[in-house]
Design a protein around this ligand. Structure first.
Ligand code: NAP
Length: 453
């Protein structure tokens, strides 16, 4: 058999779910596939049509590249084959059931068992199911790592032929990270979800005391039915507005930190870094709460309580008040505009949409339109409060309503942002972002010009 013929053949050890799915894709991509199995005779009925199944030793002779689709626990079957596997490229597909299950990465363990082979970690982030469905249905990226550049190139060539894009992550020491990858459970959503749940619970109980328990204690009125819609419709916009503010607060704080330090060449504190990294998730959760608020608002007219109140008022005549009409329409209009922009921000956070935007377009939408969204939603909430801010009856048991509390953070963020866009501060920030450093001025007095009077 000549060398070129050998390269077109690949071997897969293991005829389980992963091995069979990978074998099928390899066959579809034009490779000759030889399976290595403990029981070649009984396994032959399972393997995809067109593939061959042999014992491990015989199968390993037929190809240079061998995919190990066997659980790490059974890797010791490779030890007696160490001589036959010398110089071969072994692709370790294995994953673990939990993080830090073993002292070393599976790929490193495999390398220690078969020191003469070139071990490459890869394909483990794909599932057997996604391999069967083709790359259009699956994650298109295959992460690989290993010590030998040639071995990695051989694996990359196969990945590309199967329709994936291969990302070389470096040496085999990265294998543990790649093995942890499939075990991740929404790591970037954890903090935003905790904040959302914490805020929802805090405001739910706060409003329960103020709205429901207060009425029961002071007027002996049971209005507990309000929990289901009225209270939910108060909690959702509050949480949404606070979370939207939390999306923009770290950016504002980072700008002030750079202004204070007079340089952009110093790392932000870890907490700020982590906060910045989960802004997208905070924003999407904020959009989710805003969406619930819209739904709750739309069902208000069909509520029994509202229809009952409406019939009660039918015979009463009230004078039309233009100011109230203006206030009501402005309140609704700002809410609709704010929600429209909110949806736009959500859409432009989708990877497929981000890929079609230039950096300037993306930052215009996420930053400029994002702050405008915050402004509109804050104004919508201020209009909801209207003149109730000054009325003492608003402060039941001396506590402010939820919407007043939730206005604090967006108002602070907007004021700080306003400060940042004043010409002299903006000029300094722009210079810092272009690489200017305050300390450097003292070292080179020629550059030193007062920027903030
Ligand atoms: P599986 O269905 O249980 O198949 C494992 C195969 O390993 C068996 O079919 C068997 O093949 C072979 N095997 C079992 N015990 C053995 C032993 N003592 N000695 C030698 N070979 C033995 O498992 P799988 O789902 O295909 O997973 C295989 C590997 O791929 C695992 O390391 C897994 O972490 C990884 N992986 C799986 C997926 C997935 O979606 N399933 C995704 C990513 C990575 P023979 O009977 O032919 O010898």
């Amino acid at each position: 058999m000549d060398n070129s013929e050998e390269l077109e053949r690949v071997c897969v050890f293991g005829t389980g779910d992963m091995g069979r799915s990978l074998g099928l894709r390899l066959l579809q991509a034009g490779y000759g596939v030889v399976f290595g199995s403990r029981r070649p005779h009984s396994s032959s009925s399972l393997i995809p049509h067109g593939a061959q199944v042999l014992g491990h030793a015989a199968a390993s002779q037929s190809a240079h590249l061998i995919f190990i689709a066997v659980q790490r626990e059974h890797y010791d079957f490779l030890v007696p084959l160490a001589n036959q596997l010398k110089g071969k490229v072994l692709v370790d597909l294995s994953n673990n059931l939990r993080k830090n299950q073993y002292p070393e990465a599976n790929a490193e363990y495999l390398q220690s068992l078969v020191p003469g082979a070139e071990v490459v970690k890869g394909f483990n982030t794909l599932s057997a199911w996604s391999l069967q469905n083709g790359p259009s249905d699956a994650n298109r990226q295959v992460y690989i790592c290993g010590e030998s550049v040639e071995a990695k190139q051989a694996v990359i060539a196969v990945a590309i032929k199967l329709g994936f894009s291969a990302l070389d992550q470096g040496f085999l020491s990265v294998a543990r990270e790649l093995e942890d990858f499939p075990l991740q459970l929404f790591p970037q959503w954890r903090l935003p979800l905790r904040i959302a749940i914490g805020l929802s619970a805090a405001f739910f109980f706060y409003l329960l005391i103020r709205d429901i328990i207060y009425a029961y204690v002071t007027q002996s009125k049971d209005i507990s039915f309000r929990i289901m819609v009225s209270l939910a419709n108060k909690v959702c916009p509050i949480v949404s507005l606070i979370m939207l503010s939390l999306c923009y607060l770290p950016g504002v704080l980072a700008s002030f930190l750079q202004l204070y330090r007079g340089t952009k060449y110093r790392r932000f504190p870890d907490w700020l870094d982590r906060w910045m990294l989960c802004r997208k998730q905070l924003g999407l959760l904020a959009l989710g709460f805003a969406f619930l608020h819209v739904l709750y608002t739309l069902i208000i007219p069909i509520r029994y309580y509202v229809r009952f109140k409406a019939t009660e008022r039918t015979n009463r005549t009230t004078q039309f008040d233009t100011t109230t009409a203006w206030r009501g329409d402005s309140y609704l209009s700002l809410g609709i505009l704010g929600f429209g922009l909110y949806v736009l921000l959500g859409i432009t956070s989708l990877p497929s949409v981000i890929n079609t935007l230039s950096w300037r377009e993306f930052s215009f939408i996420q930053s400029k339109l994002g702050h405008l969204t915050l402004l509109l939603c804050t104004a919508h909430t201020y209009l909801y409060g209207w003149n109730r801010f000054l009325s003492s009856s608003t402060y039941k048991w001396y506590t402010p309503p939820g919407y007043m509390l939730c206005l604090v953070l967006p108002s602070v963020v907007l004021l700080l942002k306003l400060l940042l866009i004043t010409p002299c501060v903006d000029r300094t920030i722009t210079r810092i972002r272009q690489g200017w450093e305050r300390g450097a001025d003292q070292r080179n007095p020629k550059d030193s010009q007062p920027l903030i009077p």
